[in-house]
Design a protein around this ligand. Structure first.
Ligand code: AMP
Length: 395
C-alpha cells in the first residue's frame, strides 16, 4: 500500500494541519490516562524540528455536534504545553473566522490546538464547508489518528482533500500501524497464528476470512468459541451461542479446509451457573458443557495448548479476550494468552481494546511488538477494507 509518509513531506517553513487522536479519559476535567497524548508526541516533535507553524486537532468523546464544556480539549492543551515545553494557543472558534490569522501570528514557541472537532455537526458529516474552515491557510496535512481512519469525517477526509496529494501524509503512528497490519495480510513469517475471541462471531468473520489467506492456525476463545463448538455438534449448555451465525462458522471451516488452516477450539472450560461478577467458577475438564452451566473462560488444558502453539509461532495476532476477563475468576485464559505472547520470540500483535486491557492486566504490554491503537479501525483494516482515512493518503 503506497501511502505518503511524514518523511516524504517537504516541511521547511510550511504551515501544517495535524489530525491526532487526543481522545483521552477525563474525570472532572482531569486527565486520568495520557497514553494517547504521549503517543502523539513523536509526530509533533518531528514536525517541530522541521517547521514552527503547526495546528493540532482532535475529537474528544461524543458531544454530537454540541458545545459541551466537559468535552473541551483545554486540559489536553495544558498537558501538551507541559510535555512539549511550549505555549499551546487554544483556538475555540475556528468556524466564524478560520484560524489563519492566529497561524500567521504564531511566534517560535507556540503551537495551535483547536477545540473539540465534534462540537461541530459538520465533523461527523464530512461537511466540506467545515473542512474548508479547518484547512484554510495551511500548506500540508498530516493524519496521525489511526483510530479514526475508518470514519469518513471532515478532519479525516474532506479536510485532507483540500490539499494536493503530495502535501498529505501519514504521521508516525499511522505509518507503523499500516505497515504492521498490512504485513499480516501480505506475507507474515510462518507459522502465523491468529487468536480470535470476544463476544460475537459476526463482528470478526470478515477479519477471520481475510486472514485465512495467510494464517496457519486459528485459535478460538471467548463467547465465539461456543458457536464454533455448537456447529461441531458439541453440547455447550447455557453458553452464549449465536444460533443464526452457524452458517458463518460453516464458511470459516470451508475456507480453512481449502487453505489448510488448522482451527483449534477449547477442550476444557471455566464455567458458571450465571453470568456475573459474583458467579462461582466451575472447572470443567470436558469439551462439552452440561445444561445449567455456561462457559465463561477457556480451561487450563486449552490455555496450555494455546500457549504452546503461540510459542512455536513466528507471527501472532490476537484480537478479543478468551473469556469474561473483566471478572477475575474468568480472566486466567486471557492472561495466559497475553503471557504466552509476551514470551513468544516471533512478531506479536494485539489489536482491539479488550485484548490490550488483558495484556495490561497481565503486566506484559511492553513485551508485545505492536499494540494497535484503534480497535474498530484495526479490525476494518484487517478485513482488507480500504479505510477512507488511508485512501486520502495514498500516492
Ligand atoms: P469483543 O468486544 O467482541 O472483543 O468482546 C469482548 C467481550 O466479550 C468482553 O466484554 C468479554 O467479557 C466478552 N466475553 C468473552 N468471553 C465470553 C463468554 N464466554 N461469554 C460471554 N461473554 C464473553
Amino acid at each position: 500500500m503506497e501511502f505518503r509518509k511524514l518523511s516524504e513531506l517537504e516541511l521547511k517553513d510550511k504551515k501544517v494541519l495535524v489530525r491526532l487522536d487526543l481522545n483521552v479519559p477525563l474525570d472532572n476535567g482531569k486527565i486520568t490516562d495520557d497514553t494517547r497524548i504521549q503517543a502523539a508526541l513523536p509526530t509533533i516533535r518531528y514536525l517541530l524540528e522541521h517547521t514552527k507553524k503547526i495546528a493540532l486537532m482532535s475529537h474528544l468523546g461524543r458531544p454530537d455536534g454540541e458545545v459541551m464544556p466537559e468535552f473541551s480539549l483545554e486540559p489536553i492543551g495544558e498537558r501538551l504545553a507541559e510535555l512539549l515545553n511550549l505555549e499551546v494557543v487554544f483556538v475555540k472558534d475556528y468556524t466564524s473566522e478560520p484560524a489563519e490569522h492566529v497561524l500567521n501570528q504564531l511566534s517560535k514557541n507556540q503551537i495551535i490546538l483547536y477545540e473539540n472537532l465534534r462540537f461541530h455537526a459538520g465533523e461527523t458529516k464530512n461537511d466540506p464547508t467545515f473542512a474548508r474552515q479547518l484547512a484554510q491557510g495551511f500548506d500540508c496535512y498530516v493524519n496521525d489518528a489511526f483510530g479514526t481512519l475508518h470514519r469518513a469525517h471532515a478532519s479525516v477526509v474532506a479536510a485532507a482533500e483540500f490539499f494536493p496529494a503530495n502535501k498529505r501524509a501519514a504521521g508516525l503512528l499511522v505509518e507503523r500501524e499500516i505497515e504492521v497490519l498490512s504485513g499480516l495480510q501480505k506475507k507474515p513469517t510462518a507459522p502465523f497464528t491468529v487468536i480470535m475471541g470476544g463476544s460475537k462471531v459476526s463482528d470478526k468473520i470478515s477479519v477471520v476470512l481475510n486472514l485465512m489467506q495467510s494464517a496457519n492456525y486459528l485459535l478460538v476463545g471467548g463467547a465465539m468459541a461456543y458457536t464454533f463448538l455448537k456447529y461441531q455438534g458439541v453440547e455447550v449448555g447455557d453458553s452464549r451461542v449465536e444460533h443464526d451465525k452457524l452458517d458463518l462458522v460453516a464458511a470459516i471451516y470451508k475456507n480453512a479446509e481449502a487453505r489448510k488452516v488448522q482451527i483449534i477450539l477449547p477442550e476444557d472450560h471455566i464455567a458458571a451457573e450465571k453470568f456475573g461478577k459474583d458467579a462461582v467458577p466451575v472447572e470443567l475438564n470436558t469439551k462439552s458443557i452440561p445444561k445449567g452451566l455456561m462457559g465463561l473462560d477457556i480451561g487450563r488444558k486449552t490455555a496450555k495448548h494455546y500457549a504452546d502453539i503461540i510459542a512455536l509461532s513466528k507471527t501472532v495476532l490476537w484480537n478479543g479476550p478468551m473469556g469474561v476477563f473483566e471478572f477475575d475468576q474468568f480472566a486466567r485464559g486471557s492472561l495466559r494468552v497475553a503471557e504466552a505472547m509476551a514470551d513468544c520470540k516471533g512478531f506479536t500483535v494485539i489489536g482491539g481494546g479488550d485484548s490490550v486491557s488483558a495484556a495490561n492486566k497481565a503486566g506484559v504490554a511492553d513485551h508485545i511488538d505492536h499494540i494497535s491503537t484503534g480497535g474498530g479501525a484495526s479490525l476494518e483494516f484487517l478485513e482488507g477494507t480500504m479505510l477512507p482515512g488511508v485512501k486520502v493518503l495514498l500516492k
